[in-house]
Ligand binder design. Structure first.
Ligand code: HEC
Ligand code: HEC
Ligand code: HEC
Ligand code: HEC
Length: 125
């Protein structure tokens, strides 16, 4: 291949990969002004959160969802739980089942356990 052909091939590859990159990029939250609290717009989630232990214990929305501008997660990965529940995260990772997340068994905001079958190793955090 001569060099102009090589450049042409590279250009095609680049054009093909742009939409793929867009798909892989993390989803952004719409713009929100500084004075607005999550609860102003997400009342339902705020109430559910307040009815579980995370609300009263002050485990804020950003702890799981990240900040709205840079590290926003629509679906927080289980690594977000590591700081406080490392042993529970390890219990899940041991299963080596990519579909299993904390939300498979716990309501995402009230944290209510959806199953009666014991799961976690006793003790630990
Ligand atoms: C000014 C209103 C407003 C504020 C304030 C706001 N949001 Fe949102 N949020 C929205 C809208 C509108 C959407 C997109 C529509 C939807 O899915 O509800 C959205 C979407 C989301 C989603 C994704 C929903 C989905 O299924 O795609 C999450 C998670 C979320 N917001 C979390 C937060 C958190 C956490 C905060 C506070 C740090 C916050 N939002 C502050 C209006 C707001
Ligand atoms: C312990 C982690 C955690 C905390 C704290 C948390 N969320 Fe979530 N949130 C999740 C998970 C997990 C999902 C489900 C994502 C999915 O669809 O798999 C979710 C989903 C959402 C959604 C999408 C709509 C829905 O109900 O599924 C919104 C909006 C949202 N959260 C807002 C909030 C707000 C506002 C707060 C604070 C009051 C908050 N979250 C606190 C973990 C958390
Ligand atoms: C900043 C620390 C922190 C993070 C991060 C955190 N949690 Fe928690 N979590 C707590 C605290 C504090 C409690 C209450 C412990 C208690 O009362 O014994 C709790 C309790 C729970 C409970 C038990 C609820 C009950 O009613 O007994 C579940 C389930 C839970 N968290 C799930 C999660 C999941 C899933 C994530 C990640 C998406 C997460 N947590 C991230 C601090 C955290
Ligand atoms: C397959 C179901 C299942 C999955 C997945 C799961 N849990 Fe649980 N979880 C339970 C059950 C059942 C209980 C009640 C106590 C028990 O049996 O261990 C519980 C209890 C808890 C408790 C409170 C009890 C304690 O020992 O402090 C916390 C905190 C918790 N889970 C966190 C998590 C976190 C964080 C994840 C994800 C990393 C997760 N769980 C994933 C089923 C599950």
């Amino acid at each position: 291949m001569n060099s102009s052909k090589k450049i042409f091939v590279l250009l095609i590859l680049l054009l093909v990969s742009i939409p793929l990159l867009a798909l892989a990029a993390p989803k952004k939250h719409s713009e929100v002004s500084e004075e607005q609290e999550c609860a102003d717009c997400h009342t339902q989630q705020q109430e559910a959160w307040q009815n579980g232990k995370h609300g009263p214990m002050g485990v804020q929305c950003v702890v799981c969802h990240g900040s709205l501008d840079t590290t926003f997660f629509v679906q927080p990965p289980i690594e977000r739980c590591n700081g406080c529940h490392a042993d529970k995260v390890a219990d899940v990772q041991k299963k080596k089942s990519p579909k299993l997340t904390c939300a498979s068994c716990h309501d995402k905001h009230t944290l209510a356990t959806k199953t009666k079958t014991p799961f976690h190793k006793k003790g630990g955090n």
